[in-house]
Design a protein around this ligand. Structure first.
Ligand code: ADP
Ligand code: ADP
Length: 227
């Protein structure tokens, strides 16, 4: 079943401009898929992700989640960026449960969920640390836990491991693969690294630029895992 559908989506950043960051994008994200979006810098990957996130609206076409038009940011769509925007004055634990508090989740449930997701990302020992005391990989673990603790329908990741060293990146890839495997959440993952797309995705979409279009699409050998 499709969770997210983009129908003939085009986007220009300036009104009345004929410069399209995206042109005629048709895309469905199915339940439990891990879709990697691959392409050169500037081809529109972040723009596409921001439309799915609800940060920007298409200039033409429709963006739909579970049958309703996507409008504005919403905790059902978790977003993880390359530079995790953590609150520097909050501990790991408080960063992770911030969204649960905003949503008025009861304290006991919130505490239980927070500890569960700290464990899932391997940060149970670092709950009381502040972001400046954590490495880049650990900060990204906090960001992932902070999104997933809300049990979003989709997780949208924009080059989440792009700023990490090679070893940390591999560790984070296997952590994410395990989390996806366990939770079967639907993931849209941006990268410009072919190896990363092949290592993680059940499906890989390749974009080209000017205007941004999806020019190729293929399934990887992980496909058997979902269906
Ligand atoms: P990435 O390739 O990781 O998306 P970029 O450096 O291309 O990184 O862009 C980072 C962000 O800066 C974009 O997601 C967008 O919001 C913003 N940006 C990029 N190009 C422009 C531009 N021409 N004008 C204004 N903002 C831009
Ligand atoms: P990618 O993520 O693939 O690097 P982006 O989606 O960030 O690509 O950008 C696609 C195109 O849109 C680029 O030409 C970029 O300069 C332009 N762009 C991105 N954000 C903005 C913005 N806020 N204002 C104007 N142009 C933008």
């Amino acid at each position: 079943d499709a969770v997210v559908v983009l129908k003939n989506v085009s986007l220009t950043y300036q009104a009345d401009s004929d410069i399209y960051a995206l042109a005629n994008i048709d895309l469905s994200l199915h339940e439990g898929e891990f879709v990697c979006l691959l392409g050169p810098s500037g081809c529109g990957k972040s723009t596409l992700l921001k439309i799915v996130a609800g940060f920007i609206s298409p200039s033409a076409g429709q963006a739909v989640m579970d049958g309703a038009a996507i409008q504005g940011a919403d905790w059902h769509r978790g977003v993880v960026f390359q530079q995790p925007p953590l609150y520097p004055w909050l501990t790991t634990r408080d960063n992770v449960r911030f969204g649960l508090r905003m949503r008025n989740i009861p304290e006991s449930e919130s505490r239980q969920l927070t500890e569960e997701y700290l464990r899932k990302v391997g940060l149970e020992e670092f709950g009381n640390h502040k972001p400046y005391e954590l490495s880049g990989g650990m900060k990204q673990r906090v960001a992932i836990a902070r999104s997933l603790v809300n049990k979003p329908r989709v997780l949208l990741m924009d080059e989440p491991f792009g700023a990490l060293d090679a070893l940390t990146r591999e560790q984070m890839q296997s952590l994410l693969r395990n989390i996806w495997w366990e939770s079967k959440c639907t993931i849209l993952f941006i990268t410009h690294d072919v190896d990363e797309a092949l290592a993680l995705g059940t499906r890989v979409l390749v974009m080209s630029k000017r205007p941004g279009r999806i020019v190729k699409e293929f399934k990887t050998s992980f496909t058997y895992a979902i269906s």
